[in-house]
Write a protein that binds this ligand. Structure first.
Ligand code: SF4
Length: 478
C-alpha cells in the first residue's frame, strides 16, 4: 500500500491558499503518495482580519502603539509575552486542537509548514503525533536561519527541519526518507545530529515549476475565491537595507518565469479553481517589465473579466512599467488594487535605506494610480534610524497633499529583522539604543512628536474611508 502523508499548513493569515502548499501538494501527489491536507482555515478556524474601516478607537490604539515612552513600550512588550494574551489573540490552542483532531493515526509521515510564530502550536501537534508514533518533518521559509532551525529541532519528535526551496527534489527526498536512505544529500535538511550546515542552494529553474494544486484548500471558508500566483521569486532590486523578504529561503535571488508560462499557468489555475480573481504575490510584480506588460496585455485574453491585485516597487528605472499610460491599460485589464512600499517621503531617509526611488517619482506614481481609478494601498513606517522631525514633516506634507490617492495605509513602527543589512550598518551608539528591535529613542522632541501625531491622524483618516466597491475582493489581502 502507498505511504500516506499528512501535510499541515499552519499559516492561517491568508485570504487565499498558500502557493508553496499548493506546490508541495502537487509534488507529493506526483511522487505517488496519498495526501491528506489539513488547513486550519477549514472547520471553524477563521482567517485573521488584517485591515478594516478604522474607528476612533483604532486611532487611540495607534497613538499608544506608536508611543516612544519606555514604560508604554515595556507594558506592550510584557502584554505580548503574557502567554494567555497571546493564546487568546492568536487562537493558538484552538488551532492545535483542530489539527490534532484531524490527524489520522495511520499517517506514515506528518509534514508541518510553519512560521516561527506558530512554535507553540507546532510543539503541541508534534507531541500528539509522537505519542501516536508518527514521525514529523517541519519546514518553512524562515528556516534558513540557524537559530530558527535549532528552535524547532529542540521539539521532541521533530526528526528533521527542512529550510530550502524543495521544488527540484521533494518527491525524491520523501522516497529516500521512507527507504531509510541518506537525505542529507538534499540541500537544507537539518537534524539534531546535523544542524550547523549553511545552505546557499537556490532553485533557478522556475520554468519547470508545475501548476500548483489548490484542490485541497477550504475554498468555501475564504471570503473570496482568490488564486495566488507568483510570476517570479525574489526582487529585481533587492537592496533595501530593512527588507526581510529578500533574506528568506525563496526570496534571496531574483528569478522570473517567462511570459508564456505565466499566462499558461494563470489560464490553468482559473480553470482549476473556477474564478477570475488573482493575487500576484510577487515581492515586486514589475521586476520583469516584459512579464508585467504581458500580464496586462494577455490576461484579459485568457480569462473573462479578470480582477487582480499586485505589489510593485516604484523604482528609478527609466521604464519601470508604472507610467500613467501603462497603469490605465492595467486598470482596463482588471488591475483593481495595487500596493507599494512608501516607507517615508523624506529623500535622505529613502537614500539611507537604499530604497532606489525619489519622492518625486512616488508623488507621480500615487497620482497616476488615482487617475487610473485603481485602489491604492501603501506600507510605511515611523522610527527609522536618523529620523528627525524634519523627515516626519516632509512625510506629513506628502500624505496631506496626496491623501485622496490612498485607500489604505499600513503604518508600522520601524523594526529590524534578523539577517537584514541594516543590522550590520548600525553604529555602536545606535546599537546601544536598540530596544525591542527599534532604534528611535534618541529622536524624541516636541516637533518630532507633533509631526508623528499628524501622520497617525492622516493615516487614520485615510483608513476610515470605505473601500471602493471594486477593490473589496482584496480588502485585507497583503
Ligand atoms: S523593493 Fe521591496 S521587496 Fe525589493 S528589496 Fe525593497 S522592500 Fe524588499
Amino acid at each position: 500500500m502507498g505511504k500516506r502523508i499528512t501535510l499541515v499548513d499552519l499559516n492561517n493569515f491568508s485570504y487565499y491558499p498558500t502557493i508553496s502548499m499548493g506546490l508541495v501538494a502537487r509534488y507529493i501527489r506526483d511522487a505517488g503518495f496519498d495526501l491528506e491536507f489539513i488547513s486550519p482555515l477549514s472547520n471553524g478556524i477563521k482567517y485573521r482580519e488584517r485591515e478594516k474601516v478604522e474607528t476612533k478607537i483604532d486611532y487611540y490604539k495607534a497613538r499608544l502603539i506608536f508611543s516612544q515612552r519606555k514604560p508604554v513600550r515595556w507594558a506592550i512588550m510584557q502584554a505580548e509575552k503574557f502567554p494567555f494574551v497571546k493564546e487568546r489573540i492568536l487562537n493558538k490552542s484552538k488551532l492545535s486542537n483542530f489539527v490534532i483532531n484531524r490527524l489520522h493515526s495511520d499517517t506514515d509521515l506528518l509534514l508541518i509548514s510553519t512560521y516561527t510564530e506558530n512554535f507553540s502550536i507546532c510543539k503541541k501537534v508534534v507531541a500528539e503525533a509522537t505519542r501516536r508514533g508518527i514521525p514529523v518533518i517541519v519546514g518553512g521559509p524562515a528556516f534558513n536561519l540557524q537559530s530558527h532551525v535549532d528552535q524547532f529541532l529542540s521539539i521532541d519528535g521533530v526528526e528533521f527541519v527542512v529550510g530550502s526551496e524543495i521544488d527540484d527534489y521533494l518527491g525524491k527526498l520523501l522516497h529516500d526518507y521512507f527507504q531509510g536512505e541518506d537525505i542529507y544529500k538534499y540541500p537544507g535538511v537539518y537534524s539534531r545530529e546535523k544542524s550547523a550546515v549553511s545552505n546557499a542552494y537556490i532553485f533557478k529553474h522556475l520554468e519547470q515549476l508545475p501548476v500548483p494544486d489548490y484542490r485541497d484548500f477550504p475554498w468555501d471558508k475564504y471570503p473570496n475565491r482568490i488564486i495566488p500566483y507568483m510570476s517570479g521569486r525574489g526582487c529585481s532590486w533587492g537592496k533595501c537595507n530593512f527588507c526581510s523578504d529578500v533574506v528568506l529561503v525563496n526570496g534571496r535571488l531574483y528569478r522570473s518565469q517567462s511570459s508564456e508560462k505565466v499566462l499558461a499557468d494563470l489560464k490553468a489555475l482559473s480553470e482549476q479553481v473556477g474564478t477570475n480573481i488573482f493575487a500576484f504575490t510577487d515581492l515586486k510584480m514589475n521586476s520583469n517589465v516584459e512579464v508585467w506588460n504581458s500580464v496586462i496585455d494577455g490576461l484579459p485574453q485568457i480569462v473573462d473579466d479578470p480582477i487582480w491585485f499586485c505589489s510593485v516597487h516604484v523604482d528609478n528605472r527609466k521604464r519601470n512599467g508604472l507610467d500613467g499610460e501603462t497603469l490605465m491599460k492595467a486598470k482596463k485589464a482588471g488591475l483593481t488594487r495595487i500596493s507599494f512600499g512608501l516607507e517615508t517621503a523624506s529623500q535622505p531617509l529613502l537614500d539611507d535605506m537604499q530604497k532606489g526611488t525619489t519622492v518625486a517619482r512616488l508623488d507621480q506614481f500615487v497620482n497616476d494610480v488615482y487617475a487610473a481609478g485603481i485602489s491604492l494601498r501603501a506600507t510605511m513606517f515611523i522610527g527609522y534610524r536618523h529620523e528627525k522631525a524634519s523627515d516626519l514633516k516632509q512625510t506629513l506634507e506628502f500624505l496631506k497633499k496626496n491623501a485622496h490617492c490612498f485607500e489604505r495605509i499600513k503604518l508600522c513602527r520601524f523594526q529590524m529583522y534578523d539577517q537584514t543589512p541594516i543590522i550590520d550598518e548600525l553604529t555602536a551608539e545606535e546599537r546601544k539604543q536598540v530596544y525591542a528591535r527599534q532604534i528611535n529613542h534618541l529622536y524624541r522632541s516636541r516637533a518630532y512628536l507633533k509631526y508623528k501625531k499628524g501622520i497617525i491622524k492622516v493615516v487614520h483618516q485615510i483608513n476610515s474611508k470605505k473601500l471602493n466597491e471594486a477593490a473589496r475582493a482584496f480588502d485585507g489581502v497583503m
